[in-house]
Design a protein around this ligand. Structure first.
Ligand SMILES: C[S@@+](CC[C@H](N)C(=O)[O-])C[C@H]1O[C@@H](n2cnc3c(N)ncnc32)[C@H](O)[C@@H]1O
Length: 238
């Protein structure tokens, strides 16, 4: 699977094309005219999706039985990229975002992925669900933790939401879960508050800028605005 390209907006409805390999292009709808953050494809979702694609590229076959959940999916690019690598993926967001963009993007792109799947390979699996960090109880049958992967991008921007977001990560993960959070450091205080809130229950590693530059930006001199953090839950002593 090759690194994908974000192409120009293709029509007035704001459909973006992401070519993920020689045969497959995802079509992601966004809506710029809403007051909701979730109806825009943010830069950190593009960079984190490219990073995950490169990170997991060599493990394609091992991913078929793995489960992934995305928090605050918005338009769903990152979750759909996880799905395209074989992970059974649940993409989540607030109801309004689900209705405006997410459920259509999941349905349409799942259809594309399954049309292009190699004969006899198991189908790609993805679903869109409502998950509000502040109220949802993350219990079966709606949610079935622990997930193998949790991903989220640009979900760290409001001080009030941080404790809810971190609680969700904690409820959805166990010590083996790999968690990746991509973000833009718009307000350093918010980012540091998030990292400190995680440090109690998670090991937190920032993917070095040098590595991102090598993997994504191909050593170009572009300014790197996206940071990616890898989290692993600490063992709780009973
Ligand atoms: C800046 S957008 C990022 C969207 C997408 N992940 C991306 O990077 O393109 C933040 C996302 O968090 C979601 N969000 C905000 N508050 C939330 C909450 N309480 N529960 C669940 N999702 C929430 C928003 O609806 C939105 O989709």
């Amino acid at each position: 699977m090759s690194n994908f390209d974000c192409k120009e907006q293709t029509n007035s409805q704001g459909i973006y094309e992401f070519q993920i390999d020689n045969d497959t292009t995802l079509f992601i709808k966004q809506q710029n005219n809403t007051l909701n953050h979730g109806t825009t494809i943010w830069e950190s979702s593009i960079i984190t999706a490219q990073y995950m694609q490169q990170l997991l590229r060599s493990s394609d076959n091992k991913l078929k039985s793995k489960r992934c959940i995305e928090l605050g999916s918005g338009c769903g690019l990152l979750g759909l990229i996880m799905c395209s690598m074989g992970l059974q993926t649940t993409l989540t967001d607030l109801e309004a975002v689900l209705v405006d963009v997410l459920q259509d993007n999941v349905k349409h792109n799942l259809w594309i992925l399954n049309q292009n799947r190699i004969e006899n390979n198991s189908p790609f699996i993805a679903q869109a669900k409502i998950l509000d960090w502040t109220v949802t109880q993350l219990i079966p049958p709606e949610f079935t933790p622990p997930y193998d992967y949790i991903v989220a991008t640009d979900c760290v921007y409001s001080l009030e939401l941080i404790s809810h977001f971190v609680r969700c990560l904690n409820e959805l993960a166990n010590e083996k879960t790999l968690i990746f959070c991509g973000l833009e450091r718009r307000d350093p205080f918010v980012v540091e508050t998030f990292i400190n809130a995680c440090k109690g229950g998670f090991y937190v590693v920032k993917i070095p800028e040098k590595k991102l530059r090598k993997m994504i930006y191909k050593n170009a001199n572009n300014e790197i605005t996206v940071e990616i953090y890898r989290l692993k839950k600490k063992k709780t002593i009973k």
